[in-house]
Design a protein around this ligand. Sequence first.
Ligand SMILES: Cc1ncc(COP(=O)(O)O)c(C=O)c1O
Length: 301
Amino acid sequence: MQSAQVFVTAGFAGALNLAIRGLQLEGRQAWMEDPGFPLTRTALGLASMTVAGVPVDADGLDIDAGIRSAPEAALAVVTPGQQAPLGMTMSLLRRISLLDWAKQHDAWIIEDDYLGELQLKGRAAPALASLDQDGRVLHIGTFSKTISPALRLGFIVVPLAMARRFGEVAASLAPAPTSSVQHAVTEFMHDGHYLRHLRRMKRLYAARQAALVRCLNELASESIGVHAAAGMTVVAAVPQSVSDTDIASRARLFGLAPVPLSPWYTRKPGQQGLLLGVTNLNERTVAANCSRLLEIVRGRH
Ligand SMILES: Cc1ncc(COP(=O)(O)O)c(C=O)c1O
């Protein structure tokens, strides 16, 4: 990789927009994971792209389903490391078939590596971009999860053949964020501070995630249960008959901030569920908060 292939951006969102402009994808068709990050769907839509939601299973994106539903797609946006929001890692076979698809269809792949090395169990899988022999993958990283979303700092690594064009687009439309933020993060990375920070956060978040899973399992309720421990969240299952957006807004009145799962689905109606963040979880109040959430799901608040 050469430094000319790397562009510093205003987070993932800035990088995605730079990619759309750099690849001239406006008006084309795109695949995104179903369920998948709502902001990606909005950004693609704002670029007049037609978005096809492609289902994910235990191996990640179902490429055959994508080919069947949107054969003309020029782009696939994926989270191969830890699928957002369900957490599975894309299998090697799927990675290879996604790369084959891109090569055969002259299409592009955007790898949204929003968690990077921040994986709570086992070691993070290598980036999809590391398997790319044909210059089809654009790899986007962000410091939103590893340090803070307030930094609005991310980066994109583009194939060498696209570096000059991206340089022009970035200079004219998407200049990098202030250099003081970049310098501060560079300093932080020096002498291993960033790696130590990641190691510490992994231990802390893994303990918090385990505490939340334990509490939900102890409730042993049909109204709320653990569907998956995924990324920095726990995906809680709730009955399909309740509205997760309604639960989320009622929970906010009690200072809880679950994220409703159904808006992450392109297919409607989406699966009802709650994404419970573990990063700011307080182990002393988690049991009471789980019980309160159960009451809210049961409609008692
Ligand atoms: C799937 C996914 N991608 C990217 C991001 C980060 O976006 P940004 O760097 O624009 O804050 C997030 C943050 O919530 C995310 O969940």
